[in-house]
Write a protein that binds this ligand. Structure first.
Ligand code: DQA
Length: 141
């Protein structure tokens, strides 16, 4: 089972960035635990601050991975290109947000991703990534 986790802009600063909202843990530390808990999953991780690179990565993994866990971060709210890329690929995409985007500024309530995603997890912290993986695993069972 091959799952790609794709993180968008500023998520390389998790653990340092607005810790009251996004928590104290870096994604790299969290990923170590995830890989230990799911040794049966081939977990591929990609992070970029560049919109087009997110589109390229979706194209790259979207035809031979079993699932994608995607946090497009701020591009969620602006990127028609990412929404179109999700429509173009075959792998199911679970949209994850660490914070509850619906409890924040109004501009975060718009997602160009949700309509094309299999589902969305928002506000459950880093645990949302693991819940997305569990759901993708169930689809294969
Ligand atoms: C985020 C929410 C977005 O609104 C924000 O721009 C982010 C992170 C989240 O994980 O809560 O950078 O996607």
């Amino acid at each position: 089972m091959k799952i790609a986790i794709i993180n968008g802009p500023n998520l390389n600063l998790l653990g340092k960035r607005e810790t009251a909202i996004y928590g104290q843990h870096s994604f790299d530390d969290y990923l170590v635990g995830l890989k230990q808990r799911y040794p049966q999953v081939e977990l591929h991780y990609f992070q970029t601050n560049v919109e087009g690179e997110l589109v390229n990565e979706l194209h790259k993994v979207g035809f031979d991975y079993d699932g994608i866990v995607l946090n497009p971060a701020a591009y969620t709210h602006t990127s028609v290109a990412i929404g179109d890329a999700i429509k173009a690929i075959k792998a199911p995409v679970v949209e994850v947000h660490i914070s509850n985007v619906h409890a924040r500024e109004d501009f975060r309530k718009l997602s160009h991703v949700s309509a094309s995603a299999a589902g969305t997890i928002t506000g459950l912290g880093l645990k949302g990534y693991e819940l997305a993986i569990l759901w993708l695993l169930e689809q294969q069972a």
